[in-house]
Design a protein around this ligand. Structure first.
Ligand code: HEM
Length: 507
């Protein structure tokens, strides 16, 4: 969702300048109290690349790719460093030790608002960064309530219906673009959980196209110039307006239906109903505009982050046969334990799929939803390095947490570039893989993703169904990453051959 913020910063970083310092510092963040500030000399600002005007590291980015480039900055400058683009200062905090301030700092000190305004044309009025922090905080709580285990149990049943009927259309064997298939499936599943069956039937194809146009309108240039008159922005605005009309009709008719039935909470199973029934702390209900905005935001979040994650999971599993075999074996065991093929997609059984869970988690470690997350320093704060050096990140800097690098730090993860789901198994306690702020694919601290359980459930439900029913083989090369997008997914087609398996049996 507002992960979108992230990639911008990377681009900013690469248009920044050459690096002068070669100090290495992994750090601990220390807030500077006013009294402490008065008593002692202020620490220096983080090391900064003085750089060449404008282009800076752009050539290096094109040659090395983004991960290698940020890694290079990190190796030369340490875990806290600043790059500069024109008047803009971007300070990177790399690693669990320095990430605390980024993720746990108060919004009055380190905020999302200033760096997230570009999402307003996408999500629309009355929600996310169009409202003050207090309102947004409550709206996020509504999402949290709509994705509690009790709700997820219902969604699992709805999801399964969609997955089964979609995959029933596949033949005995064939070749498909897995990326396209899974994107479609994720939209089906998300639409069903959000809006209910009737709406899903009527609106699916149009809503799917409109959400894709919203995503396409969130480009790198958007982050700096959200209203630039380019075709992608015009399509985004038209798509948002049309989604607004469609969803307003849906919300109105649901409320009318509820009133005709004498008010009270309807016994409907979807997220729309949860959002209509939500109440702010002062007792007021959600407005029509807010519900529409939250639906757009949820659909956007559920669609793009999840469909990339689910395709990457397939690409990783199909190129690592030992883990693929282990995941299929787990399905056999679960089918045997639960007495039959058709009873194994309930929310509770999905929780038993530890092997698959670790495969998805490891995939997301290597392919986080975005390069980096951003914040704006509303106040200066100090960051102390492990080597004792202390820096002051000044008020006004943009602060970046580069997820991609963070998730692959060698002092946290053994062989960090290797796909090794077992690193998340309990026995691997020697890895710091489970440590605080060591895994950031769903963010952390104050703004950790509230859709994580929903996303895991969706991905596991779809993949467990595929593993039980099909033998799959990747026949195109392992996909490269599409770094041109704010939320970079697999680039190009992901071609897979499939063959139906005989039904797995109970013991
Ligand atoms: C694989 C799927 C997903 C991934 C990888 C993901 C990742 C993230 C990340 C990294 C953040 C932190 C953003 C920041 O700190 O600036 C976040 C926040 C958020 N996500 Fe997700 N997300 C996913 C799916 C979802 C879904 C399905 C929903 C809703 C149903 C959702 C709702 C949210 C919300 C509301 C926030 C904001 C939380 C806050 O600011 O307090 N996400 N997500």
């Amino acid at each position: 969702m507002w992960l979108a913020l992230a990639v911008t910063s990377f681009c900013i970083a690469i248009v920044a300048k050459k690096i002068i310092t070669s100090r290495r510092s992994s750090a601990v963040v220390v807030p500077v109290s006013a009294a402490a500030k008065r008593k002692r000399k202020r620490p220096p600002h983080p090391p900064m690349s003085p750089g060449v005007p404008l282009l800076g590291d752009l050539p290096a980015l094109l040659i090395k790719g983004p991960l290698a480039l940020i890694r290079d900055h990190y190796t030369r400058l340490g875990s806290v460093f600043t790059v500069r683009v024109f008047h803009l200062k971007l300070t990177f905090l790399v690693g669990p030790d320095v990430a605390r301030h980024f993720y746990q700092g108060l919004d009055s000190e380190i905020s999302q608002d200033e760096v997230s305004q570009f999402t307003i044309p996408t999500f629309g009025p009355g929600v996310a960064f169009d409202v003050d922090y207090a309102t947004r905080y409550e709206q996020i709580r509504f999402f949290g309530d709509a994705t509690k285990p009790a709700k997820l149990r219902t969604y699992a049943t709805l999801m399964l219906g969609e997955v089964e009927s979609h995959l029933a259309r596949w033949g005995q064997s064939g070749t498909v673009d897995l990326k396209l298939e899974l994107e479609h499936l994720v939209t089906l599943v998300a639409t069903r959980c959000l809006f209910g069956a009737a709406v899903r039937e009527k609106m699916f194809s149009e809503v799917g196209v409109l959400v894709r146009q919203l995503n396409d309108g969130m480009r790198l240039v958007t982050t700096r110039f959200p209203h630039l008159p380019i075709p992608a922005h015009r399509r985004r605005d038209a798509a948002r307006a049309r989604l607004g009309e469609i969803f307003t009709d849906i919300v109105r008719s649901r409320i009318q239906q509820q009133q005709q039935q004498g008010g009270g909470t309807a016994a409907t199973d979807d997220m729309l109903q949860c959002l209509i029934d939500s109440r702010y702390k002062d007792g007021r209900g959600t407005t029509e505009t807010e519900v529409v905005g939250m639906l757009v935001s949820a659909l956007f979040a559920a669609q793009y982050t999840s469909s990339s994650a689910i395709t990457w999971t397939g690409a990783r599993l199909l190129t690592h046969t030992e883990h693929l075999r282990a995941a299929v074996e787990e399905q056999r065991r679960i089918v045997a334990r639960h007495g039959g093929h058709d009873d194994v997609s309930s929310y509770d059984v999905l929780q038993e799929m530890d092997t698959l869970h670790r495969c998805v988690k490891e995939t997301l470690r290597l392919h986080p939803p975005t390069l980096m997350l951003l914040r704006h320093a509303r106040r200066s704060f100090a960051v102390r390095a492990d080597d004792g050096r202390e820096y002051e990140v000044p008020k006004g800097h943009t602060v970046a947490s580069p997820l991609l690098l963070h998730n692959r730090l060698p002092h946290v993860y053994e062989e960090p570039d290797k796909f090794d789901p077992d690193r998340f198994a309990p026995r691997r306690a020697e890895d710091r893989a489970g440590g605080a702020l060591s895994y950031l694919s769903f963010g952390g601290g104050r703004h950790a993703c509230v859709g994580e359980a929903f996303a895991f459930m969706q991905i596991k439900l779809i993949w467990s169904h595929l593993l039980r029913n099909f033998e799959l083989e990747l026949v195109s090369p392992f996909p490269r990453t599409d770094w041109t997008m704010v939320m970079p997914g697999p680039l190009g087609k992901v071609m897979v051959t499939y063959k139906r398996r005989p039904r797995m049996k109970k013991n």
